[in-house]
Design a protein around this ligand. Structure first.
Ligand code: IMP
Ligand code: MG
Length: 181
């Protein structure tokens, strides 16, 4: 195996062992909160896939899984915050206890859009579980019910998070040397 993918790594923030332990603890909390219910995990492609599957394996209640894909883009003035669904869910969420699973909540624009969209489909409940939370960069306030880790204001890769679509498959989370613009 070449060491090349690690060239951009500045430092490891969370090791695979730390991530596993934290996900296990969070899954116990979620399992207790959803006792007697079926959890509908809704993952946001592609970043949340690694976290969602790791979390799902530790959840005790019955679990259903669906995914949606989004595209984010800037408007003419370069302001962020425009989001649209590029791949919708396969199934209805009406009457379901939906847990929206995100890789990272940064400005909050993506999450706000998704919550508004999903809330309009009459789920029984709708909550948010994110792997990473970068609260220092929040622009719009959004509710985050469960989070694995709060992170500093640095661009990170690994465990689902990418730099130009690469490094999602790293088992750890690392600060990337090239900052997002
Ligand atoms: P926001 O909360 O709408 O600003 O956007 C969050 C999205 O931006 C996430 O779902 C990621 O796809 C992407 N993103 C934000 N910060 C990072 C990072 O540090 N590494 C990789 N992707 C990131
Ligand atoms: Mg992404």
């Amino acid at each position: 195996m070449s060491g090349e993918p690690l060239a951009g790594v500045e430092r490891v923030l969370f090791t695979a062992e730390e991530i596993d332990a934290r996900i296990r603890a969070l899954a116990a909390e979620i399992s207790s909160d959803y006792r007697g219910k079926t959890i509908k995990l809704v993952g946001v492609l592609k970043g949340s896939v690694f976290f969602l599957t790791a979390l799902a394996r530790y959840l005790e209640p019955p679990v259903k899984i669906d995914f949606l894909g989004i595209s984010s883009f800037s408007n003419k003035s370069g302001a962020p915050g425009l989001v649209r669904i590029a791949k919708d869910l396969d199934e209805s969420i009406e009457g379901e206890d939906v847990l929206l699973v995100e890789d990272i909540v940064d400005t909050g624009f993506t999450l706000r859009y998704l919550l508004q969209t999903l809330a309009g489909r009459a789920p029984n409940s709708l909550a948010v579980c994110t792997f990473l939370d970068r609260n220092s960069r929040r622009i719009v306030q959004v509710p985050v019910d469960y989070r694995c880790f709060e992170i500093p204001d640095r661009f990170v890769v690994g465990f689902g998070l990418d730099y130009n679509q690469l490094h999602r498959n790293l088992g750890f989370v690392a600060v990337w040397k090239h900052e997002k613009s």
